[in-house]
Write a protein that binds this ligand. Structure first.
Ligand code: PMV
Length: 362
């Protein structure tokens, strides 16, 4: 089993003066949720997610060699303009990954980033943002060490992204990604995510329409939420259940059982929020409109027998998941009945994607 020290490079065979890369990295939506963590972003339970296609961060990393400096040297741009408020998050990330990327203080970096989804839409940009940054740094490391394999590149990118934001490690590569030690999953690791490669064709191009119910700042950050799983009265049972649900969903995704998928995914979403409601202090991130939407989805499903379901992340927005072949009916239903519950009637049409993509390489 790989250890963190396996990601510390021994030496580099090349020297590189300057250059730039640009990568895009998508967001992801968990089916079995990660909620609760130990030190160093080690998850308390394993999780699995669909990688998204359209909601992504595009990050350009420009670098030039400098005399090794005692501090990290970097400029930060958001949509081409300086963004000082992002600095502490990036500084923190660089500190966490420095031991694994020992060249960091030998360069000045310009990090220019933008998202394809609206700012403060309630869609967390940390997963896509950290994954985009991690693959850029891995591109530089690959120039310093050209023998690096694609497998090592992706694993280490996921490993680094995890240190930035836990769920970011599921945004590097693959349509469906598993992260976290799981007895029944060979090669599973708490350190990085890896692709679940047995997806049945029923889940090909699965759709995710994200209904933006509340675009405001969350009252409770996911960092605080994870912490509240320490000493949570139901924590042990929940972690055990996540292990069982991962075994179940792997089989569901493999045999293409869309009906069982609906049950498990909705139960996971509500369990995540039940953990929030039963922690101390307790909190509720769902809004009245979240519940209106859930009830309407249940009614629509009963009436039409169309296998549409919802999931939630740590917020009020609703992800509506459904097979591609019922796209027309479901979108019509969303427009007719659900959009009224969205803030400014906003929603984003997304679907399963395959992970990070290199845009510029020089
Ligand atoms: O990666 P974080 O620390 O923002 O936590 C994400 C937690 C959930 O989105 C609620 C669940 C998950 O597995 O993505």
């Amino acid at each position: 089993m790989l250890k963190p020290s396996d990601f510390i490079p021994k030496n580099y065979s090349q020297t590189i003066e300057k250059g730039s890369f640009q990568w895009s990295a998508p967001s992801n939506i968990a089916l079995v949720k990660y909620w609760g963590k130990m030190e160093n972003q080690i998850p308390a339970n394993p999780s699995i997610s669909f990688t998204l296609k359209n909601c992504k961060t595009i990050t350009k990393l420009t670098f030039s060699k400098i005399e090794r400096s005692p501090n990290f040297s970097f400029d930060l741009l958001f949509e081409g303009k300086p963004k000082e408020s992002f600095r502490p998050k990036i500084q923190n990330f660089l500190e966490r990954v420095e031991v694994y990327l020992p060249f960091l203080k030998d360069y000045h970096f310009t990090i220019d980033t933008q998202n394809t989804f609206p700012h403060s839409s309630g869609i967390a940009s940390s997963a896509s943002g950290m994954a985009a940054l991690a693959v850029n740094f891995m591109s530089l490391e690959k120039q310093l060490n050209p023998q690096m394999t694609a497998e090592y590149f992706n694993r280490k990118a996921s490993f680094l992204a995890r240190l930035g934001s836990g769920s970011a490690c599921r945004s590097v590569k693959g349509k469906v990604v598993i992260w976290g030690n799981h007895e029944e999953t060979e090669n599973s690791s708490d350190l990085f995510g890896f692709e679940f490669a047995e997806l049945h064709s029923n889940f090909e191009n699965y759709q995710d329409t994200i209904l933006l119910v509340d675009k405001g700042e969350k009252q409770v950050s996911s960092t605080v939420g994870h912490d509240l799983m320490n000493n949570h009265p139901f924590a042990e049972n929940r972690f055990e259940q996540a292990h069982q649900n991962l075994s179940k969903i792997k089989n569901i995704l493999k045999i293409g059982d869309v009906n069982e998928f609906v049950k498990l995914v909705e139960s996971e979403a509500l369990t995540l929020h039940a953990m929030m409601m039963t922690s101390m202090p307790y909190f509720i991130l769902m809004k009245p409109n979240t519940l209106e939407i859930i009830n309407k989805i249940w009614k629509f499903r009963e009436l039409t027998s169309i296998s549409v379901c919802f999931t939630l992340d740590a917020g009020a927005n609703v992800h509506v998941l459904y097979p591609e072949n019922v796209c027309e009916e479901v979108l019509q239903f969303i427009k007719n009945e659900l959009v009224v519950h969205c803030q400014n009637e906003q929603y984003i049409c997304d679907e399963i994607g395959s992970g990070t993509q290199l845009i510029i390489d020089n």
